[in-house]
Ligand binder design. Sequence first.
Ligand SMILES: [Zn+2]
Ligand SMILES: [Zn+2]
Length: 220
Amino acid sequence: MKCQMCHKDINEKREFTSILLLKRMKAQTCKECLNLFEKIGDKHCSTCYKKSELEKCQDCWNWERKGNKVNHKSLYVYNQAMKAYFSVFKFQGDYLLADQFSTDIRQSLKCYKDYTIVPIPISQQRMETRKFNQVEALLEAAQIPYQTLLEKKDIVSQTTKNKKERMNSEQVFNRKEGVDIPMKVLIVDDIYTTGHTIFLAKEMLKEIGVKEVASFSLAR
Ligand SMILES: [Zn+2]
Ligand SMILES: [Zn+2]
């Protein structure tokens, strides 16, 4: 068996029964590769979980100045290993990899019991090339029920937009038609970098009547 990250052989003895159960087991990652993933420890920004000595990071201060109160949790540092993981997972479409962090994710989302879980959508164009939404795949692997409330707009050229559309062109999400709007939503994304995607999703959810919005990502 080869490690899915570094492709080195994993010399682990397997019992016959575990070979039969292989399909239901986690994708195989060697110990060396697993050690490269870094869990976010105790020292993190209190509002976005960025690894930090500061109580609140600069990103969050900037958001607050713009009137956005960040309420985000994350599990892992977005380091080289995490980058490698996502590039294999997203761009090579390796569905087995979705299971890698499922126990962690399930554990972390336990404290959002009364929230409706809403994954960040990908556009129709992206869906056609990638064939799957990586955030939905992570949630499915973790057996977490979710609801899709948003749709990501396809990129439309400026000339075909009317004036109102141009004014709103920063917003990349639409409300999905015919869905009930819950009171509390937890937005789930794979990676939180600038917080901009989550911010736009949050804006749209508030606009359609969601009262409370928090967010979660696998990596920060
Ligand atoms: Zn490896
Ligand atoms: Zn922060």
